[in-house]
Design a protein around this ligand. Sequence first.
Ligand SMILES: [Zn+2]
Length: 270
Amino acid sequence: MNEGGPVNVLRLHANNPSSYTGAGNNTYLLPGRVPVLIDAGTGDARHLAAVAGALGEASLRAVIATHAHPDHVGGARAMAARWPDAVFAKKPWPERDATSGVEWTPIADGDRIPAGDSVLVAIHTPGHAPDHLVFFDEDSRTLIGGDLLVAGGTVVIPASHGGSLRDYLASLRRVLSLAPTRVLPAHGPDIEDPARLIHAYLAHREQRDVQILEALAAGRSSVEAIVRRVYEGLDSALEGAAAETVLAHLQKLEQERRVRRVGEAWIPTD
Ligand SMILES: [Zn+2]
């Protein structure tokens, strides 16, 4: 295994705290030969000032986005206005990309992207969003992880808005196989033991499958009824996210032919 030196990555906070983003987003600047910013934040003036300050005399060459959720690309227009020569790049998600106000250069799985004084490998990791990419520095085994992993919590799979739990689990296993030593996430602190977190995520999702199958066996056939059973005493503000999670599991179980949909009802196949 190649244990190279640490890659030079600066964490620049996007200054966008909210109920949706928690403390707000981390963006990452790789300064050096080819200054590249990963994720555009939401266009907050303090974020743009932090990027400009970190660049010093250098000019931003590219902004690459992990995915098209608004807390990752909402600032693209403001970035393009400030750095008109910068290239904007991401994996295409055409219906979302059309509304972001910049022209995106497509990134494909496996593309090698010069960034800072390193080269990042783009890895397509759908699940949280269909266009989701993570960026891997092979020398330092550092992974810039977008919304794939978050320390101390789980990741929402928005089943009615392009999320897929089946894809997400495959993405987790793929990243596990890369053996990253450190993940820099878009939310929360650095993840120093990514394998442990991924194993915990896989076990957690398996346990949810079991709980949902038990709810179905007990005659709960709607998403709402399953949410009430599986998430007893849930804060009403979190019901929407819980419903998306249950739907994501049901869609996965349907793809595995362990449940089927009859009209509005979900029923186990055996
Ligand atoms: Zn997201």
